[in-house]
Design a protein around this ligand. Structure first.
Ligand code: SAH
Length: 412
């Protein structure tokens, strides 16, 4: 696993004059061996460069946590585990010499480490972040100061479609008034034609959450499109979308194949985000209902159902636990339930309603090993048997693990 990381970025001399920047900026050399320059400080990855060793470590950790439920299958690796993150984030601040810097918080602190290059992030997205930093400096945009609550620019989030290459830039600012915003966006989109949308997200609160509730579209439709498993998706800045699309295709195909669909099933896709898992399953099912709490994701999911011409998928907005309770009260009996909750896992209300409805098959997709152990303990104590434990490496070189678990209702 050799990784080169010579950080090359665009340079802005003054607003309107841009040098050596843009989409055709030099790629990092992949030939030279290099350690992560920020190892031990950034916390975004382990700094390790031996992928095989890393996979083995993950496998061992998974076996320790999950062998009580059955055999943990070998983790599904990534063919090329570099530059895989299609969502890149950076926070803005002032460096020691008063320069505008952007990067990541030093692990466990609120001190910013300026990041120039990263071997797990999409390279174009990182170049864009650095270009935006230089542009912001040229436009004299004040970085937000957490202590005083003054300043304008807080974060930038880049999302890049995997199949389409379309880029969504979300600038997070403390105020909706963006000085010279039009010129800024014009320079940005001229230099990076793959930027399809630019959104100003307004976050004026003293919070560690990156995104605020309000947004203003500065350019494009406010979202991007991507294609996964043959379907097209619209993704907006506040909707959840997996950060590693190459592995996501494997994850979804695996999850759907474990469900063993025949075309006759009623399927629930709970915690459905923009509808991806349910829509991937739809051609092999009779009916799919997705449920999701985040309003933007619900809108994206509904648009996605339409765009893909799927007539057997409905999206319900609301809390998944309340939805399951209601389904159980109405005596509904789904055949398959996909559940893909946030890291904190599911809730007692959800799990009780699930076991009351007793679908023959549950496919649990989890990025939170601790909550997964807790929820599997509940489900195996309430009529379910774990049939398959399939880890997928969604986050190479980090400690994060993703697991797909097939559960079947035990015969009474
Ligand atoms: N299945 C999707 C999203 C998984 S992430 C995918 O593969 O992309 C988890 C999702 O659960 C997020 O979209 C989040 O907004 C949603 N969520 C969080 N709490 C929820 C709740 N109580 N009820 C329903 N959805 C919830």
């Amino acid at each position: 696993m050799k990784t080169g990381m010579s950080g090359k970025t665009g340079k802005v001399e003054k607003a309107g004059k841009v040098e050596k920047a843009g989409e055709n900026g030099r790629e990092h050399s992949r030939k030279t061996q290099a350690r992560c320059l920020y190892a031990g400080r950034c916390g975004g990855c382990s700094g390790e460069t031996d992928y095989e060793a890393y996979l083995q470590m993950k496998q061992k950790a998974l076996i320790r946590s999950f062998s009580r439920f059955g055999r943990v299958e070998p983790i599904l690796p990534m063919e090329d585990p570099h530059f895989y993150r299609h969502k890149v984030h950076a926070v803005f601040g002032r460096g020691p010499k008063g320069r505008l810097i952007c990067g990541t918080y030093r692990a466990g602190t609120h001190r910013i480490i300026p990041i120039e290059s990263c071997f797990i992030e999409d390279e174009l997205s990182r170049r864009l972040v650095l270009f935006i930093r230089d542009l912001a400096e040229a436009f004299r945009l004040e970085p937000y100061d957490e202590d005083t609550g003054r300043g304008f620019l807080r974060h930038v989030q880049i999302r890049k479609g995997y199949a389409t290459g379309e880029v969504l830039v979300t600038l997070v600012a403390a105020s909706p008034v963006f000085p010279s915003g039009k010129a800024f966006v014009r320079l940005l989109t001229e230099q990076f034609p793959s930027v399809a949308s630019v959104v100003l997200n307004i976050n004026s609160r003293r919070t560690s959450l990156v995104l605020g509730e309000k947004e203003k579209v500065l350019y494009g439709s406010g979202s991007i499109r991507d294609r996964l498993c043959g379907l097209t998706y619209r993704i907006s800045s506040r909707s959840f979308y997996q950060v590693n699309p190459a592995q996501t295709e494997k994850l979804y195909r695996l999850a759907v194949s474990l469900a063993g669909l025949t075309g006759r099933e009623t399927v629930l896709d709970t915690y459905c985000g923009i509808g991806t898992i349910g829509m991937t399953a739809a051609s092999a099912a009779r009916q799919v209902i997705g449920v999701e709490l985040n309003g933007d994701a619900v809108r994206d999911a509904r648009a996605n159902v339409k765009t893909n011409g799927l007539h057997n998928v409905d999206i319900v907005g609301g809390d998944a636990g309340a939805f399951m309770q209601e389904q159980a009260l109405r005596g509904r009996a789904p055949d398959v339930v996909f559940m893909d909750p946030p890291r904190s896992g599911s809730t007692p209300v959800f799990l009780e309603a699930l076991t009351a409805m007793a679908p023959p098959t549950v496919v649990y997709i989890s990025c939170g090993p601790e909550s997964l152990v807790r929820d599997l303990t509940y489900l195996t104590g309430h009529g379910y048997a774990v049939k398959r434990l399939c880890p997928v490496d969604m986050f190479p070189f980090t400690e994060h693990v993703e697991m797909v678990v097939l559960l079947s209702r035990r015969k009474a």
